[in-house]
Design a binder for this molecule. Sequence first.
Ligand code: COA
Length: 395
Amino acid sequence: MAHDPAIGIHDLSFATTELVLPHTVLAAHNGTDIGKYHRGIGQRSMSVPAADEDIVTMGATAAAPVVARHGTDGIRTVILATESSVDQAKSAGVYVHSLLGLPSATRVVELKQACYGGTAALQFAIGLVRRDPAQRVLVVASDISKYELDSPGEATQGAAAVAMLVGADPALVRIEEPSGVFTADVMDFWRPNYRDTALVDGQESIGAYLLAVEGSWKDYTERGGRTLDEFAAFCYHQPFTRMAHKAHRHLLNHCGYDVDEDRITRDLALTTAYNNVIGNSYTASVYLALAALLDQADDLTGRAIGFLSYGSGSVAEFFAGGVVPGYREHLRTKAHREAIDRRRPVGHARYRELHGHSFPADGGDHRTPAETTGPYRLAALRGHQRVYESLQCRG
Ligand code: COA
Protein backbone atom coordinates (compact mmCIF):
# COMPACT_ATOMS: atom_id res chain seq x y z
CA MET A 1 0.00 0.00 0.00
CA ALA A 2 1.31 3.48 -0.88
CA HIS A 3 2.44 5.47 2.12
CA ASP A 4 0.34 8.62 2.81
CA PRO A 5 2.51 11.73 2.40
CA ALA A 6 2.98 14.07 5.36
CA ILE A 7 0.71 17.10 5.06
CA GLY A 8 1.04 20.43 6.80
CA ILE A 9 2.25 24.01 6.66
CA HIS A 10 4.57 24.61 3.73
CA ASP A 11 4.88 28.38 4.15
CA LEU A 12 3.65 30.91 6.72
CA SER A 13 3.56 34.70 6.46
CA PHE A 14 1.77 37.33 8.50
CA ALA A 15 0.76 40.95 8.11
CA THR A 16 -0.56 43.50 10.52
CA THR A 17 -1.67 47.12 10.41
CA GLU A 18 -0.26 50.55 9.58
CA LEU A 19 -0.79 51.90 13.10
CA VAL A 20 0.00 50.88 16.66
CA LEU A 21 -1.28 52.07 20.04
CA PRO A 22 1.08 51.43 22.97
CA HIS A 23 -0.66 50.36 26.19
CA THR A 24 1.16 53.15 28.00
CA VAL A 25 -1.03 55.59 26.02
CA LEU A 26 -4.23 53.70 26.87
CA ALA A 27 -3.21 53.47 30.53
CA ALA A 28 -2.48 57.22 30.68
CA HIS A 29 -5.94 57.91 29.23
CA ASN A 30 -7.95 55.66 31.55
CA GLY A 31 -5.79 55.83 34.68
CA THR A 32 -4.96 52.12 34.74
CA ASP A 33 -1.73 50.99 36.40
CA ILE A 34 0.44 49.91 33.46
CA GLY A 35 1.38 46.77 35.44
CA LYS A 36 -2.13 45.45 34.78
CA TYR A 37 -1.53 45.61 31.04
CA HIS A 38 2.13 44.62 30.91
CA ARG A 39 2.02 41.84 33.53
CA GLY A 40 -1.66 41.23 34.37
CA ILE A 41 -2.86 40.56 30.82
CA GLY A 42 0.57 40.47 29.15
CA GLN A 43 0.06 43.10 26.44
CA ARG A 44 2.36 45.98 25.46
CA SER A 45 0.73 47.43 22.35
CA MET A 46 -2.11 46.81 19.91
CA SER A 47 -2.22 46.98 16.12
CA VAL A 48 -4.78 49.53 14.88
CA PRO A 49 -6.06 49.43 11.29
CA ALA A 50 -5.83 52.66 9.31
CA ALA A 51 -9.05 53.95 7.75
CA ASP A 52 -8.22 52.19 4.47
CA GLU A 53 -7.25 48.81 5.97
CA ASP A 54 -9.49 45.84 6.73
CA ILE A 55 -9.37 42.04 6.88
CA VAL A 56 -9.11 41.87 3.08
CA THR A 57 -6.10 44.20 2.78
CA MET A 58 -4.37 42.44 5.68
CA GLY A 59 -5.18 39.00 4.26
CA ALA A 60 -3.86 39.90 0.80
CA THR A 61 -0.75 41.50 2.33
CA ALA A 62 -0.03 38.33 4.33
CA ALA A 63 -0.62 36.02 1.36
CA ALA A 64 1.19 37.99 -1.39
CA PRO A 65 4.72 36.86 -0.35
CA VAL A 66 3.51 33.23 -0.23
CA VAL A 67 2.21 33.45 -3.80
CA ALA A 68 5.36 35.33 -4.88
CA ARG A 69 7.56 32.54 -3.51
CA HIS A 70 5.57 29.49 -4.65
CA GLY A 71 3.52 30.72 -7.58
CA THR A 72 -0.09 29.72 -8.03
CA ASP A 73 0.55 26.18 -9.30
CA GLY A 74 -1.51 23.66 -7.46
CA ILE A 75 -3.55 26.23 -5.50
CA ARG A 76 -7.14 25.21 -6.26
CA THR A 77 -8.68 26.34 -2.97
CA VAL A 78 -8.55 29.48 -0.82
CA ILE A 79 -10.10 29.24 2.64
CA LEU A 80 -10.44 32.53 4.51
CA ALA A 81 -11.23 32.30 8.21
CA THR A 82 -12.52 35.35 10.05
CA GLU A 83 -15.00 36.54 12.63
CA SER A 84 -14.80 40.18 11.56
CA SER A 85 -16.01 39.77 8.02
CA VAL A 86 -17.03 42.58 5.69
CA ASP A 87 -20.05 40.94 4.04
CA GLN A 88 -22.75 38.48 5.09
CA ALA A 89 -22.84 36.70 1.72
CA LYS A 90 -19.69 37.20 -0.33
CA SER A 91 -16.53 35.58 1.00
CA ALA A 92 -13.79 38.05 1.87
CA GLY A 93 -11.57 35.39 0.29
CA VAL A 94 -12.89 36.30 -3.17
CA TYR A 95 -11.54 39.85 -2.78
CA VAL A 96 -8.20 38.39 -1.62
CA HIS A 97 -8.20 35.95 -4.57
CA SER A 98 -8.76 38.90 -6.92
CA LEU A 99 -6.09 41.15 -5.36
CA LEU A 100 -3.58 38.29 -5.59
CA GLY A 101 -4.46 37.53 -9.22
CA LEU A 102 -5.14 33.85 -8.52
CA PRO A 103 -6.50 31.71 -11.37
CA SER A 104 -10.25 31.49 -11.93
CA ALA A 105 -10.00 27.69 -11.53
CA THR A 106 -10.05 28.10 -7.74
CA ARG A 107 -12.73 27.45 -5.12
CA VAL A 108 -12.94 30.15 -2.45
CA VAL A 109 -14.90 30.06 0.78
CA GLU A 110 -15.09 31.83 4.15
CA LEU A 111 -15.27 30.00 7.49
CA LYS A 112 -16.48 31.19 10.89
CA GLN A 113 -16.42 29.89 14.45
CA ALA A 114 -14.95 32.75 16.47
CA CYS A 115 -11.19 32.43 16.97
CA TYR A 116 -11.25 28.70 16.11
CA GLY A 117 -11.97 29.34 12.39
CA GLY A 118 -8.30 29.38 11.32
CA THR A 119 -7.78 25.88 12.68
CA ALA A 120 -10.95 24.63 10.99
CA ALA A 121 -9.52 26.07 7.75
CA LEU A 122 -6.20 24.30 8.31
CA GLN A 123 -7.87 20.95 9.02
CA PHE A 124 -10.23 21.22 6.05
CA ALA A 125 -7.26 22.14 3.86
CA ILE A 126 -5.44 19.00 5.04
CA GLY A 127 -8.50 16.94 4.06
CA LEU A 128 -8.43 18.39 0.53
CA VAL A 129 -4.70 17.73 0.16
CA ARG A 130 -5.17 14.18 1.50
CA ARG A 131 -7.67 13.61 -1.34
CA ASP A 132 -5.25 14.95 -3.97
CA PRO A 133 -1.67 15.50 -2.70
CA ALA A 134 -0.79 17.46 -5.85
CA GLN A 135 -3.08 20.27 -4.71
CA ARG A 136 -2.23 23.09 -2.34
CA VAL A 137 -4.61 25.17 -0.28
CA LEU A 138 -4.08 28.80 0.66
CA VAL A 139 -5.42 29.34 4.17
CA VAL A 140 -5.85 32.95 5.30
CA ALA A 141 -6.87 33.82 8.87
CA SER A 142 -7.56 37.55 9.14
CA ASP A 143 -9.22 39.50 11.92
CA ILE A 144 -9.68 42.85 13.60
CA SER A 145 -10.55 42.47 17.26
CA LYS A 146 -12.82 45.25 18.45
CA TYR A 147 -14.43 45.81 21.83
CA GLU A 148 -16.32 48.81 23.17
CA LEU A 149 -14.20 51.81 24.11
CA ASP A 150 -13.54 52.02 27.86
CA SER A 151 -14.64 48.40 28.39
CA PRO A 152 -12.34 45.76 29.99
CA GLY A 153 -11.89 44.14 26.58
CA GLU A 154 -10.51 47.33 24.98
CA ALA A 155 -6.96 46.58 26.13
CA THR A 156 -7.02 43.19 24.39
CA GLN A 157 -7.82 44.52 20.90
CA GLY A 158 -5.51 43.94 17.95
CA ALA A 159 -5.41 42.99 14.27
CA ALA A 160 -3.42 40.70 11.99
CA ALA A 161 -3.65 38.16 9.21
CA VAL A 162 -1.73 34.93 8.77
CA ALA A 163 -1.44 33.18 5.41
CA MET A 164 -0.43 29.53 5.28
CA LEU A 165 0.21 27.38 2.25
CA VAL A 166 -0.96 23.87 3.10
CA GLY A 167 0.39 20.97 1.08
CA ALA A 168 2.04 17.55 0.97
CA ASP A 169 5.67 17.21 2.12
CA PRO A 170 5.55 20.59 3.86
CA ALA A 171 8.71 22.62 4.46
CA LEU A 172 7.79 23.86 7.96
CA VAL A 173 5.42 21.76 10.10
CA ARG A 174 3.73 18.40 9.52
CA ILE A 175 0.29 18.34 11.11
CA GLU A 176 -0.29 15.04 12.90
CA GLU A 177 -3.24 12.81 13.64
CA PRO A 178 -5.09 12.58 15.98
CA SER A 179 -6.86 15.79 16.90
CA GLY A 180 -8.80 16.26 20.12
CA VAL A 181 -11.98 18.28 19.62
CA PHE A 182 -14.51 19.85 21.96
CA THR A 183 -17.72 21.87 21.57
CA ALA A 184 -19.96 23.44 24.23
CA ASP A 185 -22.82 25.90 23.67
CA VAL A 186 -21.80 28.86 25.88
CA MET A 187 -22.33 32.63 25.61
CA ASP A 188 -18.89 33.85 26.62
CA PHE A 189 -18.28 36.07 23.60
CA TRP A 190 -20.41 36.80 20.56
CA ARG A 191 -21.26 39.55 18.09
CA PRO A 192 -24.82 39.89 16.80
CA ASN A 193 -25.14 41.05 13.17
CA TYR A 194 -26.19 44.54 14.21
CA ARG A 195 -23.03 45.25 16.24
CA ASP A 196 -19.49 46.02 15.17
CA THR A 197 -18.00 45.41 18.61
CA ALA A 198 -18.07 42.05 20.37
CA LEU A 199 -20.08 41.34 23.50
CA VAL A 200 -18.07 39.46 26.07
CA ASP A 201 -18.26 38.15 29.59
CA GLY A 202 -14.53 38.20 30.28
CA GLN A 203 -14.41 35.89 33.31
CA GLU A 204 -16.93 33.50 31.72
CA SER A 205 -14.76 33.35 28.60
CA ILE A 206 -11.65 32.50 30.62
CA GLY A 207 -13.59 29.69 32.37
CA ALA A 208 -15.02 28.42 29.07
CA TYR A 209 -11.52 28.42 27.53
CA LEU A 210 -10.10 26.37 30.44
CA LEU A 211 -12.97 23.87 30.19
CA ALA A 212 -12.30 23.53 26.48
CA VAL A 213 -8.59 22.90 27.17
CA GLU A 214 -9.58 19.95 29.38
CA GLY A 215 -12.17 18.68 26.92
CA SER A 216 -9.99 18.78 23.83
CA TRP A 217 -6.99 17.31 25.70
CA LYS A 218 -9.18 14.45 27.02
CA ASP A 219 -10.34 13.64 23.48
CA TYR A 220 -6.76 13.95 22.19
CA THR A 221 -5.36 11.46 24.71
CA GLU A 222 -8.30 9.05 24.31
CA ARG A 223 -7.53 8.96 20.59
CA GLY A 224 -3.91 7.99 21.24
CA GLY A 225 -2.16 11.38 21.16
CA ARG A 226 1.28 12.21 22.51
CA THR A 227 2.05 12.71 26.20
CA LEU A 228 2.67 16.21 27.57
CA ASP A 229 6.40 15.58 28.01
CA GLU A 230 6.88 14.93 24.31
CA PHE A 231 6.19 18.54 23.34
CA ALA A 232 8.96 21.09 22.91
CA ALA A 233 6.49 24.00 23.12
CA PHE A 234 2.77 24.81 23.09
CA CYS A 235 1.04 27.35 20.85
CA TYR A 236 -2.19 28.50 22.48
CA HIS A 237 -4.84 30.86 21.18
CA GLN A 238 -3.85 34.14 22.85
CA PRO A 239 -6.74 36.61 23.32
CA PHE A 240 -4.16 38.21 25.63
CA THR A 241 -0.84 36.52 26.23
CA ARG A 242 -1.39 35.79 29.94
CA MET A 243 -4.27 33.56 28.82
CA ALA A 244 -1.72 31.12 27.39
CA HIS A 245 -0.10 30.93 30.84
CA LYS A 246 -3.47 30.35 32.53
CA ALA A 247 -4.37 27.65 30.01
CA HIS A 248 -1.04 25.87 30.23
CA ARG A 249 -1.01 25.93 34.02
CA HIS A 250 -4.52 24.48 33.92
CA LEU A 251 -3.45 21.70 31.54
CA LEU A 252 -0.40 20.83 33.64
CA ASN A 253 -2.53 20.72 36.80
CA HIS A 254 -5.18 18.67 35.08
CA CYS A 255 -2.51 16.16 34.06
CA GLY A 256 -1.25 15.92 37.64
CA TYR A 257 1.87 18.09 37.39
CA ASP A 258 2.77 20.58 40.11
CA VAL A 259 2.43 24.22 39.11
CA ASP A 260 5.91 25.00 37.94
CA GLU A 261 6.47 28.59 36.68
CA ASP A 262 9.79 27.67 35.09
CA ARG A 263 8.18 24.94 33.07
CA ILE A 264 5.32 27.21 31.96
CA THR A 265 7.82 29.85 30.88
CA ARG A 266 9.96 27.27 29.06
CA ASP A 267 6.97 25.81 27.21
CA LEU A 268 5.44 29.15 26.19
CA ALA A 269 7.86 32.06 26.38
CA LEU A 270 8.82 32.26 22.72
CA THR A 271 5.22 31.91 21.52
CA THR A 272 3.97 35.18 22.97
CA ALA A 273 6.40 37.67 21.40
CA TYR A 274 4.22 38.69 18.43
CA ASN A 275 0.81 38.55 20.13
CA ASN A 276 2.25 40.64 22.97
CA VAL A 277 2.75 43.64 20.66
CA ILE A 278 -0.03 42.98 18.10
CA GLY A 279 -2.92 42.15 20.44
CA ASN A 280 -5.74 39.73 19.79
CA SER A 281 -5.97 38.73 16.15
CA TYR A 282 -8.73 36.16 16.78
CA THR A 283 -8.37 33.43 14.08
CA ALA A 284 -4.74 34.36 13.39
CA SER A 285 -3.57 34.40 17.02
CA VAL A 286 -2.53 30.74 17.43
CA TYR A 287 -0.58 30.88 14.15
CA LEU A 288 1.15 34.12 15.19
CA ALA A 289 2.24 32.10 18.22
CA LEU A 290 3.68 29.47 15.85
CA ALA A 291 5.44 32.16 13.78
CA ALA A 292 6.97 33.67 16.92
CA LEU A 293 8.15 30.25 18.10
CA LEU A 294 9.70 29.18 14.79
CA ASP A 295 11.27 32.60 14.19
CA GLN A 296 12.98 32.74 17.60
CA ALA A 297 13.65 29.22 18.86
CA ASP A 298 16.94 27.36 18.61
CA ASP A 299 16.70 24.47 16.19
CA LEU A 300 13.38 22.65 16.67
CA THR A 301 13.98 20.07 13.94
CA GLY A 302 12.10 16.86 14.65
CA ARG A 303 10.45 18.27 17.77
CA ALA A 304 6.70 18.20 18.45
CA ILE A 305 4.67 21.37 19.01
CA GLY A 306 1.27 21.27 20.73
CA PHE A 307 -1.50 23.52 19.40
CA LEU A 308 -4.58 24.57 21.35
CA SER A 309 -7.05 26.51 19.27
CA TYR A 310 -10.07 27.99 21.08
CA GLY A 311 -13.03 29.88 19.65
CA SER A 312 -15.66 31.31 21.96
CA GLY A 313 -19.12 29.97 21.77
CA SER A 314 -17.27 27.47 21.94
CA VAL A 315 -15.15 25.06 19.89
CA ALA A 316 -11.61 23.93 20.65
CA GLU A 317 -9.07 21.58 19.14
CA PHE A 318 -5.79 20.18 20.47
CA PHE A 319 -3.40 18.78 17.90
CA ALA A 320 0.31 18.28 17.31
CA GLY A 321 2.75 19.34 14.64
CA GLY A 322 6.21 17.97 13.88
CA VAL A 323 8.92 20.43 12.82
CA VAL A 324 10.47 19.48 9.48
CA PRO A 325 14.27 19.26 8.89
CA GLY A 326 15.53 22.35 7.04
CA TYR A 327 12.57 24.49 8.17
CA ARG A 328 14.77 27.42 9.13
CA GLU A 329 15.66 28.14 5.50
CA HIS A 330 11.97 28.84 4.79
CA LEU A 331 11.16 31.20 7.66
CA ARG A 332 10.22 34.84 7.16
CA THR A 333 11.70 36.15 10.39
CA LYS A 334 13.00 39.42 8.92
CA ALA A 335 9.74 40.26 7.14
CA HIS A 336 7.78 39.45 10.30
CA ARG A 337 9.91 41.80 12.40
CA GLU A 338 9.51 44.49 9.76
CA ALA A 339 5.71 44.07 9.73
CA ILE A 340 5.73 44.85 13.46
CA ASP A 341 8.41 47.56 13.43
CA ARG A 342 7.00 49.52 10.46
CA ARG A 343 3.79 50.42 12.32
CA ARG A 344 3.41 54.12 13.12
CA PRO A 345 2.26 55.14 16.61
CA VAL A 346 -1.27 56.54 16.57
CA GLY A 347 -2.41 59.22 18.98
CA HIS A 348 -5.18 58.38 21.42
CA ALA A 349 -7.69 60.81 19.84
CA ARG A 350 -7.13 59.43 16.32
CA TYR A 351 -7.37 55.86 17.64
CA ARG A 352 -10.80 56.62 19.12
CA GLU A 353 -11.89 58.31 15.91
CA LEU A 354 -10.85 55.26 13.85
CA HIS A 355 -12.56 52.97 16.36
CA GLY A 356 -15.84 54.84 15.96
CA HIS A 357 -15.72 55.01 12.17
CA SER A 358 -18.32 53.18 10.11
CA PHE A 359 -19.47 53.75 6.54
CA PRO A 360 -22.88 55.33 6.01
CA ALA A 361 -25.33 52.69 4.76
CA ASP A 362 -26.82 54.96 2.06
CA GLY A 363 -25.16 53.43 -1.02
CA GLY A 364 -23.27 56.68 -1.73
CA ASP A 365 -19.66 57.18 -2.80
CA HIS A 366 -17.59 57.16 0.39
CA ARG A 367 -13.84 57.38 -0.13
CA THR A 368 -11.34 56.54 2.56
CA PRO A 369 -8.35 58.76 3.35
CA ALA A 370 -5.10 57.33 1.96
CA GLU A 371 -3.34 56.27 5.17
CA THR A 372 -1.81 52.85 4.69
CA THR A 373 1.63 52.43 3.16
CA GLY A 374 0.92 48.73 2.63
CA PRO A 375 0.48 47.07 -0.78
CA TYR A 376 -3.35 47.05 -0.72
CA ARG A 377 -5.97 49.53 0.41
CA LEU A 378 -9.71 49.85 0.74
CA ALA A 379 -10.24 52.92 -1.45
CA ALA A 380 -13.99 53.44 -1.06
CA LEU A 381 -17.43 52.07 -0.41
CA ARG A 382 -19.37 52.92 -3.57
CA GLY A 383 -22.92 51.79 -4.35
CA HIS A 384 -22.69 49.40 -1.38
CA GLN A 385 -19.56 47.81 -2.94
CA ARG A 386 -16.11 47.72 -1.41
CA VAL A 387 -13.49 49.08 -3.79
CA TYR A 388 -9.95 47.81 -3.27
CA GLU A 389 -6.72 49.06 -4.85
CA SER A 390 -3.33 47.44 -5.08
CA LEU A 391 -0.13 49.47 -5.01
CA GLN A 392 0.55 48.86 -8.73
CA CYS A 393 -2.76 50.58 -9.56
CA ARG A 394 -2.08 53.66 -7.45
CA GLY A 395 -0.98 56.83 -9.18
N1 COA B 1 -0.13 44.85 38.18
C1 COA B 1 -0.07 43.56 37.77
N2 COA B 1 -1.18 42.79 37.56
C2 COA B 1 -2.39 43.36 37.73
C3 COA B 1 -2.52 44.70 38.13
C4 COA B 1 -1.33 45.47 38.36
N3 COA B 1 -1.38 46.75 38.75
N4 COA B 1 -3.83 44.98 38.22
C5 COA B 1 -4.51 43.86 37.86
N5 COA B 1 -3.62 42.88 37.57
C6 COA B 1 -3.91 41.52 37.10
C7 COA B 1 -5.07 40.86 37.83
O1 COA B 1 -4.66 40.29 39.04
C8 COA B 1 -5.50 39.83 36.79
O2 COA B 1 -4.63 38.73 36.84
P1 COA B 1 -5.21 37.24 37.09
O3 COA B 1 -6.23 37.02 36.00
O4 COA B 1 -4.02 36.37 36.94
O5 COA B 1 -5.85 37.24 38.42
C9 COA B 1 -5.25 40.53 35.47
O6 COA B 1 -4.35 41.61 35.76
C10 COA B 1 -6.50 41.10 34.84
O7 COA B 1 -7.19 41.82 35.81
P2 COA B 1 -8.78 41.80 35.89
O8 COA B 1 -9.18 42.64 37.05
O9 COA B 1 -9.29 40.40 35.82
O10 COA B 1 -9.07 42.57 34.53
P3 COA B 1 -10.41 42.93 33.81
O11 COA B 1 -11.58 42.90 34.68
O12 COA B 1 -10.09 44.22 33.09
O13 COA B 1 -10.60 41.75 32.73
C11 COA B 1 -10.20 40.41 30.80
C12 COA B 1 -9.56 41.13 31.98
C13 COA B 1 -9.11 39.65 30.07
C14 COA B 1 -11.26 39.45 31.28
C15 COA B 1 -10.80 41.49 29.87
O14 COA B 1 -9.76 42.21 29.28
C16 COA B 1 -11.69 40.93 28.76
O15 COA B 1 -12.89 40.81 28.93
N6 COA B 1 -11.09 40.60 27.59
C17 COA B 1 -11.80 40.13 26.43
C18 COA B 1 -12.21 38.67 26.50
C19 COA B 1 -11.09 37.72 26.46
O16 COA B 1 -10.02 38.05 26.01
N7 COA B 1 -11.36 36.48 26.90
C20 COA B 1 -10.39 35.44 26.93
C21 COA B 1 -10.88 34.09 26.49
S1 COA B 1 -11.30 34.00 24.76
